[in-house]
Design a protein around this ligand. Sequence first.
Ligand code: SF4
Ligand code: SF4
Ligand code: SF4
Length: 339
Amino acid sequence: MAPDVNSDVNTKTIVKNAYRITRTRGKTALRIRVPGGCLKAKHFDLLKKISQDYGDGIVHLTTRQGFEISGIDYSSISRVNSLLMPLLQDLEIDIGVTIKDLSKGYPSAGTRNIAACIGNRVCPFANYNTTALAQRIEKEIYPNDYHVKVALTGCPNDCIKSRMNDFGIVGMAEPQYDYKRCIGCEACVKNCKSQVTGALSLHKEKVKRDTRRCIGCGECILKCPTAAWTRNPVKFYDILIMGRTGKKNPRIAEQFIQWADEDVVIKVIKNTYRFIDEHIDKTLAKEHIGYIVDRTGYQVFRGKVLEDIKLNPEARVAKHIHWGGFRYSSDMFMSDNLQ
Ligand code: SF4
Ligand code: SF4
Ligand code: SF4
């Protein structure tokens, strides 16, 4: 393929357009977002075409469940963008995202791809449809230049490692008990004790659930042979906040709101963008949400994010959060081991 004539490069523009500055002069890499990590097989033909006709024939699977197509000439960006149109139509426009000019490719790359475990379409442990919620969140927050990472996980097993994200949305099931169906076999009690948090105990051959210890994994419902446990049809979520990777202070996310309903999840994430608008340090090229919260403190974040939200009655909000995390220190290794 002959390259485009115009090969002038504006770094800021191409990064916003979801192309990366690479270590190879004149070459870039395109990052394809796949909300919820769920892609129809037919789109692989397009990824293959872009990679083979315009890139170096390699497609990298990203840690956020997208694709990175490397070895693309800067001069080919406009042509690659026009090829992307059916993908953007299917993965963004058709789920309700607004993109003004599809032929120009991705309008922003700051808010990262929403990652998700496979959810209840396949996994028996999942408490919700992670793809559907990822698409709903994508519609609310994309496109946006603020650097925010969201990951969804179907149950507290957290296969997607949502605790390493600014927002980890963990599916919760509220188990409901019918004592008349219970035969006192203890299968649920033993499983919760050995595999989860030990929230169940047997009293006079009936089961008690300690709601302070129950994390809503739903395993008792799966283990019960008589269907004495059933799940509340309302879907609940544990909202974890401000986990991160990075070189300065990596840390895992902590619980912000437990037993939140889906509308609360959406509003909390949307309101966080308002919080960023108000508090981001505009003198910096970019500032990550977690470090903004470190500056303002959790109470300011909580006040802003919850200011117009009517919480569902089951929701419980953390009074305080202390993240801590990991900090490199110069004396972390034994001096005896230094040469
Ligand atoms: S996090 Fe839970 S629901 Fe998701 S894949 Fe893992 S076990 Fe299944
Ligand atoms: S939902 Fe999970 S944590 Fe809660 S009682 Fe059942 S098994 Fe235990
Ligand atoms: S597994 Fe079911 S039947 Fe057995 S103790 Fe638990 S609730 Fe009762």
